[in-house]
Design a binder for this molecule. Structure first.
Ligand SMILES: [Cu+2]
Length: 364
């Protein structure tokens, strides 16, 4: 629309490296919010331009009209004021102010009232990366740290002679579908960060000890940069990543692909199991390096341990018992604990479970 006048760039001109090849281009407006904001922005800019023309035009006209006459001087006019004129030049701008206020207020309220069918996404800022979780899609966790290695990682890679472009695992930090509203709930683990996606005109602080929300609906497929927009420390500039906008049909496929949990080449089963353990959030309920119970029993030395169950029987923790504990945790309850462990059936497959068992065996 109007923005086209300034040459809004096409999606394929946009990337993490460079927002646009054309320095005069406005950013693409890739969400419904962005379009609404741009329309208001262009309206305000046009209104200011027209007002400026009116004021400066009148000024120039009066300078010309009341210039000193060639034949001497002119008497000052006896008119003190003009009520009608003053009313008009107050009322018309006031009307525009009311329009601007109402327009802005309606847009503001809209942007803080997510539709009930929005996809939930949790964004956590932390020095120096973003973690993005999809509570509606179990196991789906993305992070910006995979996009850019930290200085520390770069040094390690350089020392190992492995530094190079192909070592950067450029995974998206956020994946969203087009045409579906997405509600973000943001927080921070340490200091104030700010989640900033320019093409969505979205900038929202992530504050420790508090949840802030925002929502948007993407309209344009592509990959667009995101940043931290609140100076948060010396690695602030590495809190970057990109949002990948895909079609609604592709969304789940892409999300699965980006968050897949598979054994890497040359990775031992136990090491893979540790990653599964981390992904499962098992640590929140189980200690692994001391015998203290949390919500669940300590898993230090679990393999081969004999367990007293609530029904009075005793069992030895072997592969099958651990498998059952993860897939159907309430089948056997350890004495002294309540059935609070969630089932991981559907979230972890057989390979994950086997790797988990191998990892638990190493916890001695
Ligand atoms: Cu930050």
């Amino acid at each position: 629309m109007i923005l086209g006048l300034f040459g809004a760039p096409k999606a394929d001109m946009v990337g993490t490296e460079q927002m646009s090849a054309d320095p005069w281009a406005l950013l693409p407006a890739a969400s419904t919010n962005a379009q609404a904001i741009d329309t208001l922005y262009v309206f305000i800019t046009a209104l200011c331009g027209i007002s400026m023309l009116g004021v400066v035009g009148a000024q120039v006209y009066f300078m010309w009209k009341y210039k000193k006459p060639a034949n001497g001087h002119r008497k000052t006019s006896p008119i003190t004021h003009n009520g009608r004129l003053e009313f008009i030049w107050s009322a018309i701008p006031a009307l525009f102010m009311i329009v601007l206020f109402a327009w802005g207020e309606i847009g503001f309220v809209e942007q803080f009232s997510p539709p009930p069918d929005a996809i939930n996404v949790r964004v956590t800022g932390q020095k120096w990366d973003w973690t993005v979780e999809y509570p509606d899609y179990p196991g789906a966790v993305l992070s910006s740290s995979s996009a850019v290695p930290t200085e520390e990682q770069q040094k390690q890679l350089q020392a190992a002679g492995e530094w190079g472009e192909d070592i950067i695992d450029r995974k998206p930090t956020l994946i969203v579908p087009t045409g579906v509203p997405v509600r973000l709930t943001l927080t921070s683990k340490d200091v104030i960060h700010s989640f900033y996606i320019p093409v969505f005109r979205l900038k929202r602080d992530a504050v420790p000890g508090r949840y802030t929300t925002y929502w948007f609906e993407a309209t344009q497929e592509g990959e667009f940069p995101l940043f931290c927009a609140e100076y948060c420390g010396d690695e602030h500039s590495s809190m970057i990543g990109y949002v990948k906008v895909v079609s609604a049909e592709q969304f789940e496929v892409e999300l699965k692909e980006a968050t897949k949990l598979e054994q890497k080449d040359a990775e031992s089963l136990a090491d893979f199991g540790k990653r599964v353990f981390d992904r499962g959030g098992c640590k929140t309920c189980h200690n692994i390096d001391n015998d203290e119970a949390k919500t669940g029993p300590s898993l230090k030395g679990i393999w081969g341990r004999s367990e007293q169950l609530t029904d009075g029987s005793t069992i030895t923790a072997d592969d099958n018992y651990i498998r059952e504990s993860v897939l159907d945790p309430n089948a056997k309850i350890v004495s002294g604990f309540s059935p609070q462990m969630p089932s991981f059936a559907g979230r972890f497959n057989d390979e994950h479970i086997t790797a988990l068992i191998e990892y638990l065996k190493t916890l001695k």
